[in-house]
Design a protein around this ligand. Sequence first.
Ligand SMILES: Nc1nc2c(ncn2[C@@H]2O[C@H](COP(=O)(O)OP(=O)(O)OP(=O)(O)O)[C@@H](O)[C@H]2O)c(=O)[nH]1
Length: 644
Amino acid sequence: MLVQWRHACLRTLAPGNRSCFSTSSRWRAPKPIVMEGFTCDLIRNFSIIAHIDHGKSTLADRLLELTGTIQKKAVGRNEQVLDKLKVERERGITVKAQTASMFYAFCGKQHVLNLIDTPGHVDFSWEVSRSLAACQGALLLVDASQGVQAQTISVFHIAQERGLKIIPVLNKIDLPAAQPERITAQMQSTFGIDPEDIISISAKTGQGVSQVLQAIMDRIPPPRGTTERPLKAFLFDSLYDRYRGVISLVAIQDGVLKKGDRIASCHTRKKYEVTEVGIMHPEEMPVTSLFPGQVGYIACNMKESSEAHIGDTLHLAGATVDTMPGFQPAKAMVYAGIFPIDSSDFPKLEEAIKRLALTDRSVTVQRESSTALGQGCRLGFLGTLHMDVFRQRLEDEHDANIIVTAPTVPYKIVYKDSEVCVSNPTEFPDAIDVSSKVKEVQEPVVRASIIVPEEYFGEMMDLCFTHRAVDLEHRYLDAGTGSSSRIMLNCILPLSEIVTDFFDQLKSRSSGFASFDYEDAGYKTSNLAKIVFLLNGKPVDALALIIHRSKEDEIGRLWVKKLVKVIPRQQFEVPIQAAVGKKIIARETLKAYRADVTAGLYGGHVERKMKQLEIQKEGKKRLKRMGNVDIPQDAFFEIMSSKK
Ligand SMILES: Nc1nc2c(ncn2[C@@H]2O[C@H](COP(=O)(O)OP(=O)(O)OP(=O)(O)O)[C@@H](O)[C@H]2O)c(=O)[nH]1
């Protein structure tokens, strides 16, 4: 904390705010910034939206530098200031939206610009939509060499639906492969954007970025709000601090919010005392109060992150205000069990999962126990990248040694007069027939869009068909612009098909040129079955899978092959089988290892030799009888982590 403040204090502050360092350079607590003078007309709240890797975080850095919020980086340093997590820096992706307030002198007046950097990957679109709720404008960034991609389209629509002023920006014009005219035409034909409105920049070199600042000031409307009305603050994100509890990010609609205020939540009706108010500059920086149109953070002794309900309206305790429209809660698309490699580590693991879930509000957590893997948790994620990022964060930030089970999507089992949602294969009926009283089984489907150069169209169609796509349609994106065209392919895909290898195949079969986006499209009746894997005749619960019946043989064979490779040989032969209901659909045999129990016995001691063999046989029998196949926990780790 101290380091952060020190760091923040070195930066240019608002007028009237003195540095917190005296000439003797002894550190003093920073003097809170006074935000009172920043009336709505001096504020701009905006976000940067784009397809993954089109340069959002890089542009955010340039804007922070240009406004003097951070020092200019040494050439060649590529680390992005707002990508704070280790996983973000290693993978070069943004997974968590970040807020940064900048002070900027424009037309002789000091302004405050609140920037919200959003993630680009489809798994994190929930972060994007809630970030946009605190903005009046958005910079729509398009890579000048890659052009409009699948997420460019989805984020454009989210921003448009929210009525935001969109500033189109063509980035990476420094690249030799940049085709500014062609991509401009694409933006015009796809979004109806006037080419005159597009600003061409290189976020990397800084070329054109000052025009972006100018456009933010000129084109984005200031927020509207007044101090005349009672306090109304919109809660759009939350963080967790182990000392101060939940930190909520808020956009002030009306009224004033200051330290010591008693506030209440419209959602939970709970009351709190505000212990700290500040802005992200981009680190936390205390302020005296927050005024209408401003964006900042508050600490108010919230202990549980569930108390900070995203989309909530906060108001002064005792006052009545209208609730602002909130958000749809994040919907888990993919579930997986997480177990410790060493079962005695479960309490530590559970604690780590809970802590991490406090900083990632879109994860759902439930306890789960498995006969094979012991005690663990079943977690719900927004997609497989989200799941992988969470796993990496558990390992990086909490030193966890874990096994993650195969991902599964939430299926619906429809009975005569009820419906059950199943997110764990063990809960899926063994057989779907009259005896099980199941009327039908439904699986979640998504509306998918793929954008790909024309020459890969055939490959993409094939990919979609092999993944059970229906309702395929396509259209040309750059019709009439000459050169090679790009096609947008839309279809309905079962969600379970895209949580396996779909994305890898999409990339490899299009040489990396295809981009992909999807949105929830409800449920569809499907012909599904549960595959159970039996070791020595005993089912192993952690390995159960739900699959489409057209794939049961293929998957059954694939997994038994995988299992026979990783399970260590036992003293006896172990049949490894895949079964659907009572039917065995695949089998491999794990050969016994023959321990030479008679080694060291020399000729003549036949009786002793026979006795040893008898004992060994008895041992084999006992193990067999108990169905006790020894599988070390790390064999599960190998099974789960091997893709094929
Ligand atoms: N040549 C060139 N490279 C750029 C430019 N802007 C960004 N890049 C590079 O493009 C890559 C992706 O940039 P980011 O800023 O991380 O992209 P992003 O949109 O924030 O990515 P996500 O947060 O993962 O969606 C990085 O390697 C940047 O250095 C540019 O103007 N020119």
